[in-house]
Design a protein around this ligand. Structure first.
Ligand SMILES: Cc1cc2nc3c(=O)[nH]c(=O)nc-3n(C[C@H](O)[C@H](O)[C@H](O)COP(=O)(O)O)c2cc1C
Length: 131
């Protein structure tokens, strides 16, 4: 697979700079402003906010994704950005969302679904390699 177009997945958590002033409406605005950019860059994903912390998952072409992550990392609205996932992926999970705001519960539900699916894929691969 060509390196530039390789599908990549990134997720991180961060701490809001002004947690008291950051409202759900502000997070929805961040999403709304991100959408046209992400659409152009073929990036999709989800964002949530709870108790002064952001969590975001992004997927798209590696080069574009890393360029976006470099911009997000220096955004003064948050700090202590900690990458959780940074690697290649086979499926685009959030193809319908250039950037969706999800409430924290829904965000976690999606992550757990993803984890269970990946576990099932690995289990299947292991079992078929044994037969
Ligand atoms: C938590 C958080 C998530 C963000 N997510 C995105 C995103 O998915 N796409 C995007 O274009 N900008 C996103 N931004 C905004 C970028 O950090 C940046 O402000 C925006 O891309 C404009 O960058 P520019 O002023 O260098 O053009 C996010 C900002 C924050 C604080």
């Amino acid at each position: 697979m060509g390196c530039r177009l390789q599908l990549w997945k990134l997720s991180y958590v961060s701490i809001a700079t002004a947690p008291g002033a950051m409202l759900e409406a502000d997070v929805r605005t961040i999403c709304a402003l991100a959408q046209p950019h992400n659409l152009r860059a073929n990036i999709t994903g989800i964002l949530t906010y709870q108790k002064g912390r952001f969590a975001q998952l992004l997927e798209g072409p590696k080069t574009e994704l890393q360029a976006l992550m470099a911009r997000i990392a220096v955004d003064s609205r948050h700090h202590s950005v900690k990458l959780i996932v940074d690697g290649p992926t086979h499926i685009r999970r959030y193809a319908d969302w250039s950037m969706a705001y999800l409430d924290p519960k829904e965000f976690m539900r999606n992550q757990i679904d993803d984890l269970l699916e990946q576990t099932a894929i690995v289990a299947e691969a292991v079992s078929s390699s044994l037969h």
